[in-house]
Structure formats: C-alpha cells, structure tokens
Design a binder for this molecule. Structure first.
Ligand code: ADP
Ligand code: MG
Length: 602
C-alpha cells in the first residue's frame, strides 16, 4: 500500500504548470502568481480546519501578518528581504499560536467567533496604526533580490512561487498522508477517543493553527515582495470569506481540493472584476451549491466518482465471511508480566468518588485487579460502571480517592497520559474515528511517537515515510488477526456494527496496553460474535494483558471473568468469584432481581 500516492496526474500537472506562462499575457501571469499564493493560504486553512477541525477565521489575518511584517521590516527598517522573510514567517507562526490559544478552551462556533474577533482586531490595527501605513497601506516594497534574476518580472515570479508552492504541497501531502495528519483528523473526528488513544489534544490544536500560520506566512511574504504593495483590505473579511469558500468548495480535508478551490475562486474573482457588487453573491451561491450537491467538496465528489469507476459496483459490497476460524492470538500484544516477579496488582482503585453536580456517580469505590486477570464489572444501568472506567482512563478526574496502575499512583492523570502508561479502553457507544479508514483507526493508537517527533517533517521527511510504512505493516498484521484486513481501506463507519466493535478492540490493542478496559463489548453482537468475543478476551489475557470488562451479558461474564465487582448506585455492593457473587443476597436483590436470582439458584 502506497503511503503518499503520486498518480500520473502529478507529473502531468507539473508539466502543465511549467509551460503555462507561455500562453499567458502579463496580466494573466500576474493573476497566476496570485492564484499560486492563494493556493498556499488555502492549503494552510485546510490543514487547520479540514484536518484539525479547528474553526479558524483568522487565516486571512495570518496571511496579512506575513505580508505586513516583511513589508515593514524591509520598507521601514531597510532589512534585506531574505532576512525579513524568515522573521515574518516566524511572526506569523507566533500569531497563529496566540490565535490558537482559545482553542484550548473553546471549540466549534465559539472558536470561530473568537478567531473572527481577533481577525477583525487585526484588520482594524492595520487600518488605524501608523506603522502599518494606515488605510493606504505600504507601497514600494522592495522586490526579493536574486542575482541574475529580475523578480519584478511576473514570469520569473511565477516560477519562484511555483517552486515554493511545490515544496509546500509536498510538505502538506506528507503531513496529510502520515502520522501528523492522521492525528489531526482523529482529533477532529472524536476528541475523546483521540485522547484515549494517546493524542495530546492541546498540542495538536495548537499545531493545527501553527501549520495554518506557516503556510499563510510564507504566502504573505511572497505576496508583499511580488505585489510590492500591501493594504488592509487585502487581508480583511472579504478575503477570509473567499478562503473559506475555497476550502469548502475544494473539499475540507484534501490538499488538492484546497488547491483546486483556490485556483477556481481566484480565477472567478478576476472574471468578475467590474462586477464587485455580485462577487460575494457568486461565492455564496457556489458554497450553497457545494454544500447541497457535494458536501465533501470537489475532492470528495472526485474520490466518490473514482471509487465508482474503479470498483465493479455493485457486485462487491463486503467480503463474505469465510469459514468460522478463530483468529490467531494477537502476538503484537506484549508480554508485560515479568516472569520473575510475584503476581502483582495491575489496578488498585481506592475509595474513588465522582460527583456530577448533586449526583454521586461513584461513592468510595475500591477494587483491586491482579495482573493477568479477567475482571468483570456488573451492575444495573446508571450504577457508575462507565464513570469508573472514565476515572481510570483519565477522562474524568475523581473528586476523591486514588487510582494505581501497576503500583504507580496515576490519580488525576489525563487520558493521553493514561494511554501512554498502558491503559487502553473501548467505549460503550462505539467511538471510532468515522472518517478515518479502518487501518488508520488502528494506526492512530499504534503510533506512540511524542509530539516533538513531528520535527522530522522539517528535518528528515524521508524518515517519516519509513516509519509510516512500518506502522502500516504492523497495523495490517493486527487487523489480519481480526480478519479485518480486507476492509482495512474502508472508512470505519461503513462497516457493520459488530465489525466496528472489533476495530475498536483492535485499536485499543494497537497501543500495546497492559490494562484493557472493555465497556460493554458484547452489546449489539449476535450469538456467534459473542462467542468470538469470549475467545478473544481470553486470548488477550493469555498474551499478558489484564482485562476489565463491563458487561450486561451474564453468560459472557460468568464464563469469562475470574472475579467480579458489582456496582449499584455508585457503590461496590459485592465482589468475588462469579459463583460467590451470584449467590450474594445484596446482588440478587439489587441487580439480578428476586425472580431471576431464584431461578438461577434453583
Ligand atoms: P453505567 O455505565 O453503570 O450505566 P454511568 O457511569 O454511565 O453508569 O452513569 C452513572 C451515573 O452518572 C448516571 O446517573 C449518569 O446519568 C451519571 N453521569 C455519568 N456521566 C455523567 C456526566 N458526564 N455528567 C453528569 N452525569 C453523568
Ligand atoms: Mg455504562
């Protein structure tokens, strides 16, 4: 499987772009340069918004920051443009981080409003400050000096900008096709599941903004020195709206989509000169048409068309389940128990309480799970089982008490930390990353690189590809153990429910946990799938993983679990072997109900 696909289209496009200026007059060559610059800005926006899911309405302001900083440093302070350029790009990145800070607290439309507010403040600063030249802007910005090449010539500019854009597209495509892009998309699809898979959400929110700033900053610098004039209205809300339109029409999480959207809209804008009154109306109409007819933009429509053309549709919906063969044990699950060590306690929960406003979801819950045990947690609906998992996996902080994993106090650690400490979980209501493929879902959890490893994208991009290949192979091997390899490339949501459950367990195992928390894994499974699940749970344990399973299916609990803890109204009412628990008077009354208990006892 290729990681970053380079189809025949890419060299073809390169040839077209290289010979294009031959057919353009001076004005059109200038428009072409503007298109290339806007493609950069739009790709940046698609990384923040399309990939990272961070509503960023300040991308035009980032573009303006790059342009203005370079313009001011060169025009006012006489810096060499090549020296001003990196400073301007860094300033834009910094600005993007500042604008991104609110994303740590608010999301979606709130974030949109906050970033819009900052963008408006920026536009107002440009218009009113003196160092920015006020409303009339800064003119006579020096061109980029380059020995032997006249960069006041639009044809030369075109090739310079094309070369820079090629580098940026390569970087964006690398990001999109590998860890960083996948983590951003995972965060966008399901923040909670992403955190539980080891992703440090705050960093990635900021990283998304940083990428948006980087691309806009580079474009801004070239804009300033090529157009040689900057004024506030170039970087205002009209431009922001245009950028949004580009990304929405092009397709939010596609680098090519953003590029095509940018090219189309800048070309359209130039066709509409003289009709300014109708410009925004036309963009608006295009957006509405896109949202209605191609909600995933041109890129989404194109990939749907490609799939339709290349698949013998509709004869091949889903792999026919083969003969029922139990999947092999997952060898990728590590042996975590040190054979020389005495039997240890994998999880110790001491007097944990969790209140939601007035409601005590957990009151002084204590339990101990030995390493290598399959432990069941049962209890009526609303008894606090899921809340207990949320506390253990770092999704909720307890109001009191202590959680120890393998003897280490982890109380109050956050979800991504718990994931990295070897605690993996599944969710009661499936939380796959719906727009990621099956194999990508697994790869998100399998890849344990720290955030700083993303520096590789800049200093050693080839090593990113090598790691990606290794991770993909490992993910495919893991999927093969679940007999899911044939659907590895399908979007996770397209799978039947039972298989999605399997993908979620595969994803949880991908992080090589030592403690696995399964929240009602049998819910919604048919009888055969439940049998598979029992076998799977045993094999996971045999591979050295401690398993805690919340389950309502008593058949499964009684046959698989070695010990049980029973919760009712947030309290532990019984614990012991399934046999002991099934005879406990309190359990019989609180949980099983008198009649059931009576029948079982008989
Ligand atoms: P179970 O998994 O045993 O069915 P839960 O742990 O989901 O139970 O819920 C226990 C109680 O806590 C329920 O009354 C539920 O409504 C409440 N609860 C759970 N999560 C929250 C939350 N995030 N906010 C408020 N109440 C919650
Ligand atoms: Mg629950």
């Amino acid at each position: 499987m290729r990681i970053v696909r380079i189809g025949p289209g890419t060299p073809l496009l390169a040839v077209v772009l290289v010979v294009l200026p031959v057919f353009l007059d001076l004005y059109k060559a200038h428009v072409a340069v503007l298109i290339l610059l806007f493609v950069m800005v739009a790709i940046g926006l698609s990384l923040v918004m399309g990939f990272g899911g961070q509503v960023n309405l300040a991308q035009a302001a980032f573009f303006g920051t790059g342009a203005y900083v370079s313009a001011i440093l060169t025009s006012t302070y006489g810096w060499n443009p090549w020296l001003a350029a990196p400073v301007a790009i860094l300033s834009t990145c910094l600005m993007a981080l500042v604008v991104g800070l609110p994303a740590l607290r608010v999301q979606s439309h709130y974030l949109g409003i906050v970033s819009l507010g900052l963008a408006v403040a920026f536009a107002s600063l440009l218009t009113n400050a003196t160092f920015t030249g006020g409303a009339s802007g800064i003119s006579k910005i020096p061109p980029l000096p380059m020995p032997g090449v006249d960069l006041t010539d639009d044809y030369n500019d075109y090739y310079l900008v094309l070369a820079v854009l090629a580098l940026l597209v390569a970087l964006a495509r690398l990001i999109a096709g590998t860890t960083l892009g996948r983590r951003l998309r995972a965060m966008r699809d399901d923040t909670l599941a992403a955190a539980a898979s080891g992703i440090e959400i705050p960093y990635y929110r900021l990283l998304a903004f940083l990428l948006g700033g980087l691309f806009a900053g580079v474009a801004g610098v070239f804009y300033a020195h090529i157009v040689r004039y900057v004024s506030p209205d170039t970087f205002g809300l009209d431009t922001m709206f245009l950028l949004l339109a580009m990304v929405i029409i092009g397709g939010q999480d596609s680098v090519w989509g953003a590029a095509v959207g940018a090219a189309l809209l800048i070309a359209a804008r130039n066709l509409l000169t003289g009709l300014e009154a109708y410009q925004q109306l036309v963009y608006g109409a295009l957006i509405v048409a896109t949202v209605v007819f191609a909600p995933r933009g041109l890129a989404g429509a194109a990939s749907a068309a490609r799939r339709r053309l290349s698949f013998p549709w509709p004869t091949l919906p889903f792999p026919v389940p083969g003969p029922r063969r139990p999947p092999a044990p997952p060898p990728s699950v590590p042996e975590v128990r040190d054979p020389g060590a005495p039997a240890t306690v994998a999880l110790k929960v001491e007097a944990v309480s969790k209140r939601f406003r007035g409601l005590a979801a957990l009151s002084e819950v204590s339990l101990e799970v030995a390493a290598g045990e399959i432990h069941g947690i049962i209890g009526p609906n609303g008894s606090g089982k899921t809340t207990l998992f949320n506390v253990i996996s770092g999704i909720e902080r307890p109001n009191g008490g202590r959680v120890e994993v393998h003897g280490r106090d982890v109380t109050g650690r956050r979800a991504h930390q718990m994931s990295r400490l070897g605690v993996a979980r599944t969710f009661q209501n499936l939380r796959l990353f719906p727009r990621l493929t099956v194999v990508e879902n697994v790869m998100v959890a399998l890849d344990r690189d720290p955030v700083r490893a993303h520096l590789r994208y800049l200093v050693a991009p080839w090593s990113v590809l090598a790691r990606e290949r290794r991770h993909r192979e490992r993910a495919l091997r893991l999927l093969a153990e679940f007999r899911l390899e044939s659907v590895a490339g399908e979007p996770a949501v397209s799978l039947p429910y039972g298989r999605q459950r399997q993908v979620e367990i595969a994803r949880a195992l991908a992080g090589r946990p030592s403690l696995l928390l399964l929240d009602e894994p049998a819910a919604g499974l048919n009888a055969a799938e439940q049998e598979d699940l029992k076998a799977l749970i045993r094999r996971i344990r045999d591979a050295g993983v401690t398993v805690i399973v919340i389950e309502h299916n008593m058949g499964l609990v009684m046959s698989v679990c070695e010990r049980l803890t029973v919760l009712a109204h947030g309290r532990v009412i019984a614990s012991g072997t399934p046999w002991e628990v099934s005879r406990d008077a309190q359990v019989i009354e609180a949980y099983l109900g008198r009649d059931t208990a009576h029948q079982e006892a008989v």
